[in-house]
Each structure stands twice: as C-alpha cells, then as structure tokens.
Design a protein around this ligand. Structure first.
Ligand code: HAH
Length: 336
C-alpha cells in the first residue's frame, strides 16, 4: 500500500455541467478500449464513422445498423446524449446513390426520393435517442467566390438540396435539432460564406436549429480573434452553436514532418496554453454554445494519426495514450 495521496481527477463533464455538454467521437473499438474514460468524462457521443451514408446503406434498400446500434446502446447504458453524424455529405457516400441500374446518372426526382428514404429511415430509427443531427456536412467551397462545393448532390438536385435535407429530417423527427456542420469555420472568408448559406436557410424558415463548428484546430490556427468573430457571427442568427469535432493538432497544417515518436515538451506546453485560451473563450459564450465534442477522447486514437499525413502520430486531446490527464486537461478544468 502506498501512502502517497493520489490527486483527484475531476470529471470534465461535471466541471462543465453548467456550461455545455462534453462529447467525444467514438467507434466500436474505442467504446471498449476507452470505456472508463468515456463514462467518466463525457456525457455525449457522436459516431465517428458508423452513421455515415456508406455505413448505414451500402447498397440500395439494404440498411446495416449493427455498429450504429452498438454505439447507441453504449450511450443509453451510460446515460449519454447522442449527436447524429451525418445525413448528407460528399464523402463516404456510396456510388450507387447517384447512378441508375444502367450506371447512368439519376434524375433529380430519383435522387430526392433516395435521399428521403435514407433520411427518414435513419432519423426515425434513432428518434427519441439522437437529439440532434448534422444534417448537411461541408457544403461550402473552401476557396474562391463560389458558395457551394461542387458535389453530385448539387449537380443533380440543385442548390435546394440543402433545404430539402432539413425538411426530410424534420418530418422524420419533429422533436430533434438539426445542424449545418463545416470545417475552416473560423476562416474569415469561409465564415462569411457559411453565414450566407445558413442565413438564407433561416430566412426561408427551413427547420435548422444550429451551426456545427468542426473546430479542427492546431497550436496557432485559427487565431482566437477569428474564433471569437466566427462564434459571434453565427450566434447572431439566433441559432445554437456546437463545437462538433474539436481537436488541437500539434502540427501546423502544412507541416509534413513525420518522424516524431512522442510530442515534444514544447508542443505539450503550447497545447495546454492553447486549450486554456480556447475554453476560456468558449465559457464566455455559454449562452450560445450548448455542446463541445472532441473528435476522439485520448491520444491513443485520433483520425489525425492518418490525416493529412498518413501514419504520422498526433496527440490532439486532453488525455494521453494511457488515458491520463495532460497539462491541457488541467488548464481546461481550472477556470483561471
Ligand atoms: C471531418 N472532415 C468530417 O466531418 C468527419 O466526418 C471525419 O470523420 C473527419 C473530419 C474534416 C476535413 C478537414 O478537416 C479537412 C479536409 C477535409 C475534411
């Protein structure tokens, strides 16, 4: 028996109880390997991949809910909320959706019908459990003056593909909340384009309730000033804001270095300071921000360990590879 007193680790979710939900993206492996950590510190989960179109309907009319149901059961057993991700996206959507049996492009009506089937089936299945959905993901073009990303959805249906998705979702579950979700959300140019799209939806009385800020950030970008401006701009539409995919990469986006086996002390120090400043800012906007979800939970698993540099390890979270709190964690739970 050791007599050394152990430092109590506060529960992140409890510390933030009066501010916002604290979420994590999960998959069937991490709900096992990170089970205790998730149950202690998080009160919301999002399926990292298992509710995307290609996972739920890989072939027409053939729905595969097994893994999604496993994650939903995990949320119920641990009394966690669940966010749904995502109904309409240009990625991870199977090719059959846009083709007829001859391999020709489907018509607008056919595509709308398939979309309605998909959204209705999926949203109704998790009605009463999934309280909010990322209905449309990443529809805005990153660079240049054009508003919309060029996708098959846009090409075949036209610009109203976005509002139609929200209408189908709302009809399937009138009680759920529906979000538009995007990345580079704090970049001034893209911010204004996202604002313009979302405002047009609000002005048309489309059933949209919130904006999802993915928040894939790093040690320096985006600036706190740009994050603040983005929050204020989206909140001015009278919608709720969720940070939906937060992580703080220890690499700048263009940095291709791939030889680090562990984070440097300097990286960890900068990350702690960054998390400190970010959560200080988020607390200021607690009236608008109702949920903050990390795109993972601890440094043993992150999509960033494969993106944008394949096989390069990253350490973006508050908990290390052994699920122990990092300096970043302490900065987030101590409101200084
Ligand atoms: C996100 N895209 C997606 O929303 C999510 O579903 C996926 O699991 C991971 C990240 C972010 C993204 C980016 O940061 C840069 C380029 C493309 C996509």
């Amino acid at each position: 028996m050791t007599t050394k007193t152990r430092v109590e680790i506060p529960s992140l979710q409890k510390v933030y109880e009066k501010y916002f939900n604290i979420g994590a993206a999960v998959n069937p492996r991490t709900i096992e390997s990170q089970q205790d950590l998730l149950a202690t510190h998080f009160n919301s989960i999002t399926a990292e991949n298992d509710m995307k179109f290609e996972r739920l309907q890989p072939e027409e009319g053939h729905f595969t809910f097994g893994k999604a149901d496993t994650l939903a059961a995990f949320a119920r057993e641990n009394r966690m909320k669940m966010r749904g991700h995502t109904l309409v996206w240009h990625n991870q959507t199977p090719a059959w959706v846009f083709q007829d049996s001859n391999g020709e492009m489907v018509t607008r009506d056919q595509l709308l019908h398939r979309r309605k089937e998909h959204i209705t089936t999926v949203v109704q299945r998790y009605k009463g459990q999934i309280y909010c959905w990322d209905v449309v993901n990443e529809a805005i073009k990153d660079e240049g003056p054009e508003l919309f990303r060029e996708t098959k959805w846009l090409e075949i249906i036209g610009e109203d593909y976005i509002e139609k998705a929200f209408e189908f979702a709302h009809a399937a579950d009138p009680d759920a909340l529906f979000f538009y979700n995007d990345y580079n959300e704090s970049d001034p140019q893209k911010r204004e384009k996202i604002y313009k799209l979302v405002k047009s939806l609000v002005d048309k009385d489309v059933p949209i309730h919130g904006v999802g800020l993915q928040a894939h950030w790093n040690l320096v970008n985006p600036s706190l000033k740009d994050i603040r401006t983005a929050i204020e701009r989206y909140a001015s539409l009278g919608l709720k804001l969720h940070l939906t995919e937060l992580d703080v990469s220890v690499f700048n986006f263009g940095d291709k270095r791939a030889d680090l086996m562990e984070p440097t002390p300097e990286m960890l120090e900068l990350q702690a300071e960054r998390y400190h400043q970010v959560f200080h800012l988020l607390r200021e906007y607690q009236d608008s921000i109702t949920s903050v979800t990390f795109w993972g939970a601890a440094d043993d698993y992150s999509w960033l360990s494969n993106f944008p540099v394949k096989g390069r390890k990253n350490w973006p979270f508050l908990f290390d590879e052994n699920h122990q709190p990092k300096d970043s964690f302490w900065k987030v739970v101590q409101f200084l």
